[in-house]
Every structure is written in structure tokens, then in C-alpha cells.
Ligand binder design. Structure first.
Ligand SMILES: Cc1cc2nc3c(=O)[nH]c(=O)nc-3n(C[C@H](O)[C@H](O)[C@H](O)COP(=O)(O)O)c2cc1C
Length: 368
């Protein structure tokens, strides 16, 4: 029986930090923490169980860098020094279980609803999308922009002080960084909008701020979406942004494909998978994580063959806390949704997250 390729160890070239295998628990919002952003025992256990289950890297939920950036109820925060003791508990627990730990840090922008923040959301520009509960944002002032960049830097510092191995800057899925990258969500005419160079300035400045605020051995990567149609993010632009970030010195790029087994919308005729587009653009040496649509070890190895150094899993890691250990058999088949609430409870998931997962169609059955 062959061992899956994604179970081989990996060493990050710049820092020399090694991971026991190439599996990454991708960031998942789980709504299990307090209204004040303080880490809860439930959220700690949900992540520690996946570290115990063998994942090489465990990533936290998207955690807000400032109060005006909160996207969800029960979201763990990184916006205040008072949160460091909780973060330290989590970093210690993940290290004790043998995983490399990353905090995903973000700002929701237009997706930081006023019912949570008490204020109208801001974004790159004023724009409107046909989305449920969409609140038209105000345009960020230059002060908002500088303030938010600094907040990312301070959040990174807190994560390093807490003992995490690194952070992932969340530039994917339509949150504030994506809103700056997109031609629909960003129609500014100053240095923060217009050309791709200007639209990418925000994420590049954020990266620089986090690097300046953290020690040398700290891992800093960026997650981006190849394509976000409704905000005007296309593959060609995303490849260029990835190249710039690699030149800037990020320790890894993480592409969020949703479905890793299809070519991009912008070049459907290519037949070339999303991960391969990024590998070819970046060259062989830039550490690349790819996530989306992987359930089995055999599928993870396919994404590795597309050019990923590490493969992320989200949904498959919810009902299979020990995915990374069980994957030692290449023909192993994970449990798939719909899951009973009891199955999820057995996988170290609290009622709050079970309830949240009911919003994902076909994920939770009504059984016991
Ligand atoms: C419950 C849930 C919460 C998620 N929350 C986040 C998040 O906080 N940050 C993020 O970048 N992606 C988030 N995602 C997206 C996943 O990280 C992943 O990219 C996506 O689910 C596709 O991977 P999969 O096919 O392995 O599930 C979430 C996905 C799920 C299922």
C-alpha cells in the first residue's frame, strides 16, 4: 500500500520550520467563542482535536483585527492585548498536539455588519451587491486605511506574543482585502484604486506591517481567491498579485479554490486546474497551499500533483477530526455529510457550531 504524498513532511524554506505532513486544516468560522472575542473552551477543543488528529497545520477561524471588522457572532478576536491570554492557551494546545499553528487574521469591510459593530461598514468604495442583508458601505478614508493596516500589524504581533507559529492574512472570499482588489468593489481614483498596482497596495502594505511587527522566524502567508466575480476579481489579476506577494517575501500563498478540480472561469478552455495556474506563475520555490473540494487522500494527492506543496481541507475536517491520521491509507474513505448532530458532537463540535452548520445545505440531518 503506498503512502499518500501529502503525508510526507515539509520544511518552510525561509524559516526552516518543519511540519509533520502537508495537510492543512483550512480556516473555518465556527461561532463558538464569546461576544467579546475571547477564545472559548469549545473553540479551543474543536481545533485541538484536529491537531490531535494529525493535521500538519491547524488554522483558526478568520479573527478580526479591529472591532469595526467583525464579520460573525461568536468570532474569536485578535483586536486587543487583553485577548492574548486566550490566544496563548490555544497556541500551547496546538503545539502540544504536534501541529504548526496559524491564526487567520481579517477585516470584514462591507461584510462587517452594523448589528455587530454598531457602525456603517466601510469598504474600498461605495458599491452595491444583490446579496442578502447587504449594507451599502461608506468609502474608507485614508485614515481608515492606515488605521486598518496598523491594526493588522498589531494583531500579528499579538499572535506572535501568544506563541503561534504564524498568521495567514485573509485576502480571499470577498472580505475587505478582496474588496480593495476588485474592480467592482474598488472604484477609487487615489493611490488605493484604479490600476492593479494601486488596488494591490492595501494587501501588500498589510503584509509589510505584519512582517515589521513580528520576529524573524514567524510565518506570514496570504490567502487569496483566484476569482471573485461579483467584486471584479479575475484570475489574471490574482496571479499578478500572488507574484508581487511572493516578491515581497511571503512565507506561503494559499489559494482558495472551492473546487480544485476545475479550470478557472476566466480561461475555461485551458483545461488547466486552478492550482497549476498559480504554480506556473510562481515558479517552483514559493510555498503553495491549495484548498477546495478535497475529501479523500487520493484527491489530496491529485492537488499535490497539480502543484500544491500543502493541501487544505475544510468541510472534510469537520466530520473527520482525525482525517490526517486516517489518510495514511490512500484508499481510506472519510465520513461524508449529512452528519447527525451526535456524529458532530463526537468530533469535538459544540451545539453552537452544529447549529451554524445547519445553515450549510445538506450538512446536518435532523437525526439525534
Ligand atoms: C463552516 C465553514 C467556515 C468557513 N470559514 C472560513 C473562514 O473563516 N476563513 C476562510 O478563509 N475560509 C473559510 N471557509 C472556507 C474554507 O476554508 C475552504 O476554503 C472551503 O470550505 C473549501 O474547502 P473544502 O472543500 O475543503 O471545504 C469556511 C468554510 C466552512 C465550511
Amino acid at each position: 500500500m503506498t503512502t499518500p504524498k501529502i503525508l510526507a513532511p515539509y520544511t518552510f524554506p525561509r524559516t526552516g520550520l518543519s511540519i509533520r505532513n502537508r495537510t492543512v486544516l483550512a480556516a473555518m468560522t465556527n461561532k463558538q467563542s464569546g461576544h467579546d472575542g475571547v477564545l472559548s473552551d469549545d473553540e479551543l477543543e474543536w481545533l485541538a482535536a484536529r491537531a490531535r488528529g494529525g493535521f500538519g497545520i491547524v488554522t483558526t477561524c478568520a479573527a478580526h483585527v479591529s472591532l469595526d471588522g467583525q464579520g460573525w457572532d461568536g468570532e474569536m478576536g485578535v483586536f486587543d492585548d487583553g485577548l492574548v491570554p486566550g490566544l496563548t492557551r490555544l497556541a500551547d494546545a496546538l503545539r502540544a498536539e504536534g501541529s504548526v499553528s496559524l491564526v487567520q487574521i481579517f477585516h470584514g469591510g462591507v461584510r462587517a455588519p452594523s448589528r455587530l459593530t454598531g457602525q456603517q461598514p466601510f469598504s474600498a468604495s461605495v458599491f452595491k451587491l444583490e446579496a442578502k442583508d447587504f449594507e451599502v458601505p461608506r468609502e474608507a478614508t485614508v485614515e481608515d486605511i492606515e488605521h486598518t493596516i496598523a491594526a493588522f500589524g498589531q494583531a500579528a504581533r499579538r499572535c506572535a506574543e501568544a506563541g503561534f507559529d504564524g498568521i495567514e492574512i485573509h485576502g480571499a472570499h470577498g472580505y475587505l482585502i478582496t474588496q480593495f482588489l476588485g474592480t467592482i468593489s474598488n472604484t477609487r481614483t487615489d493611490q488605493w484604486g484604479g490600476s492593479l498596482e494601486n488596488r494591490a497596495r492595501f494587501v501588500r502594505r498589510i503584509y509589510a506591517a505584519t512582517r515589521a511587527a513580528t520576529p524573524d522566524g514567524f510565518l506570514i502567508g496570504v490567502r487569496i481567491s483566484p476569482e471573485v466575480a461579483d467584486q471584479g476579481v479575475g484570475l489574471d489579476d490574482s496571479l499578478q498579485v500572488a507574484k508581487w506577494l511572493a516578491e515581497d517575501g511571503v512565507d506561503f500563498l494559499h489559494v482558495s479554490n472551492w473546487d480544485s478540480f476545475k479550470p478557472p472561469a476566466q480561461h475555461p478552455e485551458s483545461g488547466k486546474m486552478l492550482t497549476t495556474w498559480f504554480r506556473e506563475a510562481l515558479g517552483p520555490d514559493v510555498p503553495l497551499i491549495a484548498t477546495g473540494g478535497v475529501w479523500t487522500p487520493a484527491e489530496a494527492d491529485q492537488v499535490f500533483d497539480h502543484g500544491a506543496d500543502m493541501v487544505g481541507l475544510a468541510r472534510a475536517g469537520i466530520g473527520n477530526a482525525s482525517w490526517a491520521s486516517d489518510a495514511a491509507r490512500i484508499d481510506w474513505e472519510p465520513a461524508r455529510p449529512p452528519y447527525t448532530p451526535q456524529h458532530l458532537r463526537n468530533a469535538a463540535i459544540s451545539e453552537k457550531m452544529v447549529d451554524y452548520m445547519r445553515l450549510w445545505p445538506g450538512f446536518v440531518t435532523d437525526g439525534k
